[in-house]
Design a protein around this ligand. Structure first.
Ligand code: ADP
Length: 498
């Protein structure tokens, strides 16, 4: 087991973070080869609700990343040789410890990411679920014996760890997006170098601290926050890194895929979505309005499976809007620690500006603002939960992911029209629709070009189901029995002379 060094309190400036039950979870340095390492440069992490600096965090570059890659490479053989049962026990311990430290982890998460404290706790539970799931899957990495084509031979198929993994994650679910990568990678026997988002390094370090407590061996997890281009470059250029797993923007995902070509790394990419949400004429409108609210406004609209485009049948359009707006009006905007707050700030100014630009564009092109439509009176990065009616497909939100609290509704008259609108996108991550007609449900589900579908439900993500997209939304699946394959190579061995 590795040692966790004491927190350097000079680096932390947020009072809530000074009162954690377990102060060791708060780490501001890089985590390389089992040690918390100070770097020559540091950078500020902000609380998006107050815009106050929370902490100074070590800023890594190529040098630190290469040290982390070397550490992971040294850890590879011992980790591959470790019994699956032992890896499983460590993963289970991580899950248990995450739940034990749920409140501290949620405090760190809300402070640097802005989501409300209840959602933050939900993210911890959701993340722990991946560790528990892959603790089981670690024991089920089966091979095959194939009937041979020559006498006295056997054909054996085994699955082996791909090697060192580079994991790059975003800020919207700083723990969960890594949990589903690391749990699967470690289950398969792969050491990991993790580059978390520069917006949320403290959550990443807190999870690393939990992994230390759970007995993750030296070098099997390394965390390098800092210069994205330098760290990304080091990961992509290294021959030792055999797999890149990324969650983030389509733009960065495409860049990484191009860079991966030089060393022919295995890649899995979980990229942007532009989810449609279709309400057919026979839908249960109360359920649809509730599903719409959950799917659109969770994490202040900052999830990749968030609805981005609402298509509502003409016959129920006005009634749906009335039900939806009543729910939106009840949302409570504020600091994530404020009791009852459901809507936090946007993560940064760029995110805020994008929401404002999408609203301005829709207004200019003739949409009606039913609710919200402007910066919130709280100021800073808070934007009003917004509902727009009379939207059309020429508006920016229809082609670009808003990633914020804007719901825009387009009217349709026929199923064909709804499907054409829904599938008219470069991306294909998630889609949602509401109907009670079984035949229609099957037809629509079959036709939608996406990786995941919610029928009569707005929340689809969990550890047992395969998460991932088609088209420009990505490659590969996370979670489920399929998730571990991303970290395994298939090896075929012919044995003759038997
Ligand atoms: P978002 O817009 O959601 O922040 P990004 O794709 O920019 O999406 O960021 C997701 C993750 O990718 C973050 O950890 C970010 O630092 C990282 N990232 C951004 N640019 C690069 C790059 N050139 N190389 C490697 N990682 C990068």
């Amino acid at each position: 087991m590795l040692s966790v060094c004491m927190l350097n309190k000079n680096h932390v400036r947020e009072s809530k973070l000074m009162k954690l039950n377990n102060p060791d979870l708060l780490q501001t340095k890089a985590f390389i080869n089992g040690f918390w390492v100070e770097t020559s440069a540091s950078y500020a992490v902000l609380n998006p609700a107050s815009l106050v600096e929370v902490a100074q965090v070590s800023k890594c570059g190529a040098k630190e990343c290469n040290a982390a890659i070397n550490a992971a490479h040294t850890a590879l053989t011992p980790l591959k040789k470790m019994l699956a049962k032992e890896r499983s026990a460590i993963l289970r311990k991580i899950a248990t410890l995450m739940l034990e430290h749920k409140d501290d982890l949620a405090t760190i998460l809300t402070t640097e990411q802005g989501k409300n404290y209840t959602e933050a706790q939900g993210e911890i539970i959701y993340s722990a679920g991946f560790f528990e799931w892959f603790a089981e899957e670690a024991k089920r990495i089966y091979g095959d014996i194939i009937p041979a084509t020559k006498p006295n031979t056997k054909i054996m198929v085994t699955k082996e760890a791909v090697g060192v993994v580079g994991a790059i994650t975003p800020w919207n679910f700083p723990l969960a997006m890594f949990a589903r990568k690391f749990a699967a990678a470690f289950a398969a026997g792969c050491p990991v170098v993790w580059k978390p988002s520069e917006e949320t390094p403290l959550s990443a370090n807190a999870l690393a601290s939990i992994c230390v407590l759970a007995g993750v061996p030296q070098g099997c997890l390394n965390v390098v926050s800092g210069d994205a281009v330098q760290i990304g470059g080091a990961l992509m250029q290294s021959n030792k890194v055999r797999k890149i797993t990324f969650t983030g923007s389509t733009r960065t995902g495409k860049l990484l895929m191009r860079q991966a070509a030089d060393t022919v790394k295995k890649v899995s990419l979980e990229l942007g979505g532009n989810a449609p949400f279709i309400v057919f004429a026979d839908a249960d409108l109360d359920a649809a309005a509730e599903g719409a609210l959950q799917s659109k406004f969770r994490n202040t609209g900052q999830t990749c499976v968030c609805v981005n485009r609402f298509f509502i049948h003409d016959a129920v359009y006005d009634e749906f809007i009335a039900k939806f707006v009543a729910k939106i009006a009840a949302l409570k905007v504020g600091d994530g620690f404020m009791p009852g707050a459901t809507q936090g700030p946007l993560i940064n100014q760029m995110a805020f500006d994008k929401v404002a630009a999408h609203v301005a564009d829709a207004k200019l092109k003739g949409a009606t603002i039913v609710h919200g439509g402007k910066p919130h009176a709280l100021g800073g990065l808070f934007y009003e939960p917004t509902l727009i009616s009379n939207a059309n497909s020429s508006m920016l939100f229809n082609t670009e992911e808003t990633f914020g609290p804007l719901a825009a509704c387009i009217r349709f008259k026929t199923t064909e029209e709804a499907l054409e609108l829904a599938d008219n996108s470069e991306t294909g991550l998630a889609a949602y629709f509401y109907t009670k007609d079984l035949a229609l449900a099957f037809q629509v589900a079959e036709q939608l070009e996406v990786g995941m579908i919610g029928i009569n439900d707005g929340i689809i993500s969990n550890e047992v189901a395969p998460f991932g997209g088609v088209k420009e939304s990505g490659i590969g699946r996370e979670g489920s029995k399929y998730g571990i394959d991303e970290y395994l190579n298939i090896k075929y061995t012919l044995i003759a002379g038997l």
